[in-house]
Write a protein that binds this ligand. Structure first.
Ligand SMILES: CC(C)(COP(=O)(O)OP(=O)(O)OC[C@H]1O[C@@H](n2cnc3c(N)ncnc32)[C@H](O)[C@@H]1OP(=O)(O)O)[C@@H](O)C(=O)NCCC(=O)NCCS
Length: 148
């Protein structure tokens, strides 16, 4: 089952966020999740879908934001996949695909004509999964920083 995140999902969703972004501060990730379900977040994320198994346990999530623009997309603004995760034990069975389908439906209902996403350059599994479900690669970036 794929459905919008609810208050009761906050802890499970936060734990999955921690597994996806293990280099981030777990408490901050959990606080963001709690703020979103409480309706007090900064508004960056527009919708979150949760996948649950037959025992109604959350096993994946997808976070979507509507960005002003996204490199390689023609339409502005454009919905962008900000987080996409399926528990390791549940991968390879179509859960990730179903989460993206929910994001596509949400976007189409609101008149959007493209869905954007990105991944770390070394995340080959994610690149292949994106390609398998119909994303085309449109750009590769090198990010720079100069301390001021
Ligand atoms: C990426 C991820 C969400 C995919 O979830 P999933 O439930 O395994 O995906 P699905 O089973 O729906 O697979 C969808 C398609 O992608 C392909 N795919 C998924 N993972 C793949 C991998 N590691 N290597 C190659 N192909 C892969 C599947 O074969 C399937 O294609 P097919 O239907 O043509 O066979 C999941 O692997 C994950 O959480 N990875 C770790 C976190 C991550 O990297 N997230 C993306 C960051 S942008």
């Amino acid at each position: 089952v794929i459905r919008p995140v609810e208050k009761r999902d906050a802890d499970a969703w936060a734990a999955m966020r921690g597994r996806l972004w293990s280099y981030e501060d777990a408490a901050a990730l959990a606080a963001e999740a709690r703020a979103f379900v409480d309706g007090t977040s900064d508004g960056f994320i527009d919708v979150v879908f949760v996948a649950e198994d037959v025992a109604a346990r959350p096993i994946g999530f997808l976070e979507l934001s509507v960005r002003a623009f996204s490199d390689g997309c023609d339409s502005m603004p454009v919905p962008h996949v900000e987080g996409w995760f399926v528990e390791e034990s549940a991968r390879g069975r179509g859960v990730g695909r179903s989460l993206v389908a929910a994001a596509e439906a949400w976007s189409r209902e609101r008149g959007y004509t493209e869905l954007a996403s990105d991944t770390e350059i070394e995340n080959e599994g994610s690149r292949l999964a994106h390609a398998s479900i119909g994303f085309e690669e449109v750009d590769r970036l090198i990010k720079f920083r100069k301390r001021l």
